[in-house]
Write a protein that binds this ligand. Structure first.
Ligand SMILES: [Fe+2]
Ligand SMILES: [Zn+2]
Length: 487
């Protein structure tokens, strides 16, 4: 028998007066909307499957057959449609990260033997599966220790009350389950479980509101971050997330060692077929135009990998007997936002058409991603722009029938014009001592031709590794780990 039936857990009288906040209503709407859309879309597709309409038999079986029939077709469509409308770079990121105070005001109820918060009933299996006690979840690694599927399917709540010894008071609920196990959950934990999908994305993906920029960012008085070499890691990763790049000044440049140490402070350096941390002169030692002295148009690196590097760093250690070689940066998210504003159908083509790429210059190697990826890659669930992939030199096939490819070329021409628009090109002459670190999923880079001998060092860092560093510093370990199940 539950101690509390259709009543909230005993708490302060003031709390009892509160209604669910507007924020929670919005969060609930956001949570339910994508589901309804997805359901509608599925039914539409199912209804179109020919030859299945008149089949006799239980409806569940019919649905299963249709699913099997329809899904492989959808998977191999030439131009797979996005599950949601592409929103561009600002769609998800500008939404708020839930605050601790909203969680503290959460009203925990017990309805029909289910813990209920903001009107959402949390299934008992989910709560029991996400018990945070030391025997169910490893205290330091937060890995699950229990056998989820040994939990009885008909598990119920035997009793529920406020945990007496937890501080602050009345913010933890203690549950005794029908299998005898006892679990304690905090209000912020439960609030995170029922949070809106977009809110969950913010912590999981380490989103902050980005500042989009143009060539003007190079003018004096602009907010370019240039922390010194000895600064803390958070001063390196924050501007990366906000602007997509930063400089690190006063880096020793007599040898590449200090630059390597700097990168390793963020995360480990990624090995590729070109090596790990690099230190090169323009001698075409690796077979790639990056190792020559010709001009390079704005591009992102690693379009030929299934997962391109997240961060890239350059440090010009020396430049003798010549000149040129200015660095070019273009904010790909800014250009994408501009394209979305001015030509939504071109944007849609670049968001939906898969393009292949390759790296085949080194003997015995032809690296290609496991599938083609669109130039503007979106999170299919939220519609937010995740990643820009653009390197015309490394492009291979466009995943369209050949008599349809003009559509892509027309859209790509508009995109290319935006990248080359003078107002969008930020040029800067790098100097020894100043390391450039930028987000390769957002910012395109290039350079002008040069003469003389340049020595450059740098390296790649994986996206997940640097975002992990950023999230832990931005939100803190407790919040990141506390939101694992709900986020
Ligand atoms: Fe490059
Ligand atoms: Zn437990």
């Amino acid at each position: 028998m539950p101690l509390l039936d259709r009543g909230r857990l005993q708490s302060t009288a003031a709390d009892a007066q509160e209604e669910p906040s507007e924020a929670s209503t919005v969060a609930k709407e956001q949570r339910t909307r994508p589901k309804q859309k997805a359901k509608g879309k599925r039914l539409q597709q199912l209804d179109k499957v020919p030859g299945k309409e008149n089949e006799a038999g239980p409806s569940e079986i019919l649905l299963d057959l249709r699913k099997l029939d329809g899904e492989p077709h959808a998977l191999h469509e030439r131009r797979p449609k996005l599950a949601s409308r592409p929103l561009g770079p600002l769609g998800v990121r500008t939404r708020f990260v839930p605050t601790q105070s909203a969680a503290a005001n959460a009203r925990i109820m017990l309805e029909d033997n289910k813990v209920t918060l903001y009107g959402t009933r949390i299934p008992n299996i989910w709560l029991r599966d996400n018990c945070q006690c030391g025997s169910c979840m490893h205290e330091s690694t937060r890995q699950r220790l229990q056998d989820t599927f040994a939990i009885p399917r008909d598990l119920s709540i035997r009793s529920a009350s406020h945990a007496k010894d937890m501080e602050p008071r009345n913010t933890h609920v203690e549950i005794e389950w029908s299998d005898g196990h006892k679990s304690t959950y905090s209000q912020p934990f439960l609030a995170s479980a029922v949070a809106g999908f977009d809110e969950r994305c913010n912590i999981r993906q380490g989103f902050v509101e980005p500042t989009l920029w143009t060539a003007k960012i190079g003018q004096s008085g602009s907010p370019i971050q240039s922390p010194p070499w000895s600064c803390s890691c958070s001063r390196l990763t924050r501007p990366q997330r906000k602007y997509g790049f930063c400089y690190i000044d006063h880096t020793p440049h007599d040898t590449p060692l200090a630059t390597e140490q700097l990168l390793r402070r963020i995360a480990f350096i990624r090995e590729t077929h070109y090596g790990g941390f690099y230190d090169f002169t323009a001698d075409l030692a690796s077979q790639d135009t990056a190792y020559t002295n010709i001009a390079l148009e704005a591009h992102t690196d690693n379009t030929y990998f299934s997962e391109p590097a997240g961060l890239q760093a350059f440090h010009l250690l020396s430049h003798t007997d010549g000149d040129g070689g200015a660095s070019l940066l273009v904010d790909g998210f800014q250009a994408a936002a501009e394209l979305l504003r001015t030509d939504r159908s071109a944007y849609q083509v670049l968001a939906e058409t898969r393009v292949h790429a390759h790296a085949s210059g080194n003997e015995g190697i032809s690296i290609q991603p496991y599938r083609g990826f669109p130039v503007l890659e979106h999170d299919a669930a939220t519609g937010g722009l995740l990643r820009v992939r653009w390197n015309s030199a490394d492009r291979a096939s466009i995943e369209l029938a050949v008599d349809e490819v003009e559509t892509w070329y027309d859209a790509a021409r508009k995109w290319d014009a935006l990248l080359k628009k003078k107002e969008n090109e930020y040029w800067e002459q790098l100097v020894p001592g100043r390391v450039l670190v930028f987000d390769n999923w957002r910012v395109l880079h290039g350079r002008s031709a040069f003469t003389g001998k340049r020595r450059i060092c740098g390296g790649y860092i994986n996206r997940d590794d640097w975002i992990s560093r950023f999230k832990m510093e931005r939100f803190g370990q407790e919040k990141v780990l506390g939101a694992l199940a709900g986020s």
